[in-house]
Design a binder for this molecule. Structure first.
Ligand SMILES: NC(=O)C1=CN([C@@H]2O[C@H](COP(=O)(O)OP(=O)(O)OC[C@H]3O[C@@H](n4cnc5c(N)ncnc54)[C@H](OP(=O)(O)O)[C@@H]3O)[C@@H](O)[C@H]2O)C=CC1
Ligand SMILES: O=C(CO)COP(=O)(O)O
Length: 332
């Protein structure tokens, strides 16, 4: 338990894998924790120490006050974690707004870019909750690992460095180490785009293109992250950190990643309907559009978007990537 946390109350929006894991992390850090989810049975399960749908086989501490009543979940909270999928954020914040006092920080824990508008999630918060400071929590962290209490490091970014440090202190506990950052854009872009590259890496593995191709895909994907990051004003060193390179290392190499697993199924030619959440799917499409609008060369992101909408086959995508004009490696 950290010293500052004893009197604080954290509200978690979302009772999926990551919402449940972060609620547990907050509980372990000594906070009082409420959680809002849509499903009453899921709330009852979380309250008794399990989430069989999203975290099967993991038994955890009781003490999370899980409820379908959003007002009750938010009542008395001095920090709110938004942990529903990126594409639902705007609607969820619209429901949250009447219950959210000014000044309470809203910590974004989803990883994605809004499909319809191209908005980064922090700008949606600024639009809907202009009186609430925004922070972003991201990094290489599988929900099941955090729920099990395995050692994990993440980064918490806020424009005001003192808020970032306060939140990092608040959520750090034994086996969850939170670093602070003031580069909100860098941290959110790293988290959003790693999902697109995880689909690419999974597709390479699923199509049995070899470990060399997988390494090339990840490395050149990282170049695209740096290019898009530069266009959006992210700092290069942020992208070298936990929420860029760190999360790419995790998500581009493990079948535990739903985005990687989605790509692997795509590479094997399997049906894709009904799979678990893969945030990289909507994000690929909008990231390809944003790259084009900013004149950023992003052939892997474009290839993933084209693969996902059926415009190209894997063979065609690979051929297009392998026959691009030759260039110096360090051209950004
Ligand atoms: N799982 C992980 O390891 C990690 C996930 N993340 C990120 O966290 C975010 C959430 O992921 P995760 O928890 O794993 O996802 P899950 O699929 O496990 O859970 C999603 C949760 O969001 C709820 N939800 C879905 N759509 C809506 C909506 N329109 N309105 C309100 N609630 C909704 C679901 O409710 P219901 O059950 O009722 O559908 C469920 O409680 C994603 O952006 C993901 O990238 C980040 C780091 C790690
Ligand atoms: O973001 C994650 C790990 O850092 C979880 O990845 P997936 O959403 O691909 O499972």
């Amino acid at each position: 338990m950290n010293e500052r946390a004893e009197t604080s109350r954290t509200a978690v929006l979302g009772g999926g894998a990551w919402g449940t894991a972060l609620a547990l992390a907050a509980l372990r850090a000594g906070q009082s924790v409420s959680l809002w989810a849509r499903d009453a049975d899921m709330c009852a399960a979380i309250a008794r120490g399990e989430n069989p749908h999203y975290l099967p086989g993991i038994a955890f501490d009781t003490g999370i006050a899980a409820t379908t009543d959003l007002g009750a979940a938010l009542g008395g909270a001095d920090c709110v974690l938004a942990v529903t999928p990126a594409q639902s954020l705007r609607a969820v914040l619209g429901e949250v707004k009447p219950h959210m006092p000014a000044g309470i920080p809203l910590v974004l824990c989803a990883k994605g870019i809004e499909r319809e508008t191209g908005a980064l999630l922090s700008s949606i918060v600024a639009e809907i909750l202009p009186d609430n400071p925004v922070a972003v929590l991201s990094g290489p962290s599988f929900a099941a690992d955090v729920a099990r209490g395995l050692p994990t490091a993440v980064v918490v970014a806020a424009r005001e460095d003192t808020l970032a440090m306060d939140l990092a202190t608040r959520f750090s506990a034994q086996n969850l180490r939170c670093y602070a950052s003031d580069d909100v854009t860098g941290v959110e872009l790293g988290g959003a785009l790693k999902n697109v590259f995880a689909i690419a890496a999974g597709a390479v593995v699923g199509a049995q293109l070899g470990a060399s191709a997988q390494a090339a895909m990840v490395t050149r994907g990282f170049v695209e992250l740096r290019r898009l990051g530069a266009a959006f004003g992210a700092r290069p060193e942020t992208l070298m950190g936990l929420s860029g390179l760190g999360d790419m290392m995790l998500s581009c190499s493990s079948t535990q990643s739903r985005n990687f697993a989605y790509g692997a199924a795509l590479g094997r030619g399997e049906p894709l309907e009904g799979r678990p959440l893969a945030e990289g799917v909507p994000t690929a499409a909008i990231a390809a559009r944003l790259a084009a609008e900013h004149a950023v060369d992003a052939p892997i992101i474009s290839a993933v978007a084209a693969l996902l909408n059926g415009a190209v086959t894997i063979d065609q995508a690979v051929e297009a990537l392998m026959t691009r004009p030759l260039k110096h490696e360090n051209e950004i």
